[in-house]
Design a protein around this ligand. Structure first.
Ligand code: FBP
Length: 533
């Protein structure tokens, strides 16, 4: 098939491995964990995963072991593992599967990897293909989910759980790796509990995926795909165009169904006139019309009738729309009950709203400038790019971690790779209980145990903090690796700079995603990750 020279070159990229995955290792018990909310109720709803609340929930860590023990994760017996991609695409998904494959080939030769087709539906319909080494080699470091496809079906109802049980039993699977976001990993916990209750020996392990960046917690620093998506967005180019032409406002909508992480990261990278962080708008009950119109009016006073506004697609946006539009949109939901915010042209609606307000101000003699605006939606293209070096490496390690957890007989865990601000060799690898990420949420009129979405924290470092960057510490990447001077000040947090960005022309263009050279280095992962530490 037609493969571009860059895609071909990326096939040869070899992701570095955390030290612990390079040699013999074992799985050891780690720190205790509590559910993020409603601990007792969640444990009560998952009695087997929580051992009837008799034992604390615990992380597990991979630690170096002198030699392979007979019952250790790499006692060399072949395994049969299924893998499923669930939900929206995110760059690096193929590398999770390839990392899993490489782990099995190295530590459990003769193993079989089964790829369920088109998402969770493939599990329920027992629709799969065996993934050969030759086929997988063609997807190394490639974007997309097209090797096996994805889908948004749920495995939740008794008949769906029974269908999944039948498939995993018939295929004699030792494990099922669910690569998905918060909803998909909630389903993974339900499935793991069901399998334990039914005496099915298939262990269920999750991997954190979503460009939205809202699946993260103390043990999961970031979901994969976020880094690439933020690096693909071409906001910086639009900014240079705005500053050159000096005649348009560009309203750019970015993905993030519930959280504004992508919008915030793109703002930190490119310095727009305004970035609406939905969590902040909601918390302060800001009137959007005035926030936007005041910025436009202030710039006009200085002869500037142009600029860039970043808008998250989700969160508050939906609730600021006229009631009639809202009720139509409410009818369109995905199988998880999510409103399809990707289909709502909020940027266009906001332009109309601001245009009307500027006309009103002009009629009253309160605005002497011009307001001409263009709308853009940057979303889907950010989900399937060739993964950044960071995502390629992170995903490979996640896949290897998932393989190790299944081999060690673990179930109901999410594979974790942390310490991501350090050189790859120092990354920590392990697993954390899916239950520990859960709380009860009111959905369709009843309390449901679900993985809690991580929204932008208004007092978090990317919004607020200004601290010393860790570049000078000996345990971190060298300054040459990172592209920043050792001991340099941390990148600016959004709130400390936004007034300056609103008034001036502080555009910053990070350029296209880089795969080689200093700007491609792993330590140049997102500013949000760097600030969060
Ligand atoms: P996931 O949560 O499954 O990763 O998907 C998130 C997302 O990329 C959102 O940002 C976007 O709103 C949505 O998918 C679009 O969904 P679809 O692919 O069904 O149009």
């Amino acid at each position: 098939s037609a493969i571009s020279p860059l895609s071909a070159q990326r096939l040869n990229y070899i992701p570095a491995l955390p030290e612990v995955l390079k040699g013999a290792h074992s799985v050891t018990e780690g720190e205790e964990r509590e559910c993020v909310g409603n601990h007792d109720e969640i444990c009560g709803l998952f009695p087997r995963l929580s051992c009837n609340c008799e034992r604390p929930l615990r992380m597990v860590n991979l630690t170096a072991a002198p030699a392979a023990g007979p019952d250790g994760p790499h006692a060399a017996h072949p395994l049969r593992i299924g893998v499923v991609l669930s939900g929206g695409q995110a760059s690096g998904g193929h590398n999770v599967i390839i990392g899993l494959h490489d782990y099995l080939q190295r530590w459990h030769p003769g193993s079989t990897l089964v790829g369920f087709l088109n998402g969770p539906r493939g599990v329920m319909q027992n629709n799969y293909k065996e993934l050969s080494a030759a086929e997988l080699d063609g997807y190394r470091n490639q974007g997309g989910f097209h090797m096996i496809g994805s889908g948004r079906d749920k495995i939740e109802k008794p008949e769906q759980l029974a269908a999944a049980e039948k498939a995993c039993t018939e295929l004699h699977l030792d494990g099922l790796v669910v690569i998905g976001g918060d909803d998909s990993n909630t389903n993974a916990a339900v499935l793991a509990e069901h399998f334990l209750a039914r005496g099915v020996s298939t262990r269920v392990v999750g991997a954190p995926k979503t460009i939205d960046g809202d699946l993260k917690n103390a043990d999961v620093p970031i979901s994969f795909g976020f880094d690439t998506a933020c690096k693909v967005e071409v906001v910086g180019n639009i900014m240079i165009d705005a500053m050159s032409a000096k005649k348009y406002y560009h309203f750019i909508r970015l993905m993030g169904r519930a959280a504004s992480h992508i919008t915030l990261e793109c703002a930190l990278q490119t310095h727009p006139q305004l970035a609406l962080v939905s969590e902040e708008v909601e918390a302060n009950q800001w009137g959007l019309k005035d926030v936007l119109a005041d910025m436009v009016a202030q710039r006009a006073e200085h002869g500037k009738n142009y600029g860039v506004v970043l808008i998250p697609e989700g969160g508050w946006v939906f609730y600021h729309l006229p009631a009639a539009i809202r009720s139509t949109l409410l009818e369109e939901r995905d199988p998880h009950g999510n409103v399809q915010v990707a289909h709502i042209e909020t940027e266009w609606l906001l332009i109309k709203m601001v245009a009307a307000e500027m006309a009103r101000r002009k009629a009253r003699g309160q605005f002497g400038g011009k307001f001409a605006a263009l709308s853009h939606y940057f979303g889907y293209e950010g989900r399937c790019s060739l993964p950044s070096n960071f995502d390629a490496t992170y995903c490979n390690a996640l896949g290897q971690a998932a393989g190790c957890l299944v081999a060690a007989g673990q179930t109901g865990l999410m594979a974790t790779v942390s310490n991501l601000h350090c050189p790859v060799a120092e990354w920590s690898v392990g697993g954390t209980p899916l239950l520990s990420m859960m709380h009860l949420e009111r959905r369709s009129g009843r309390d449901k145990p679900v993985i809690k979405k991580a929204l932008v924290e208004l007092d978090g470092a990317p919004m607020q903090a200004r601290r010393r960057w860790r570049g000078s510490s000996s345990s971190t990447a060298s300054s040459a690796d990172s592209g920043r001077a050792a001991g340099a000040a941390a990148p600016a947090a959004y709130t400390s700079r936004r007034a300056e960005w609103a008034a001036g022309d502080c555009f910053r263009s990070p350029g296209p995603i880089q795969f080689a050279g200093r700007c491609a280095d792993l330590a140049s992962a997102t500013l949000s990750l760097e600030l969060n530490g």
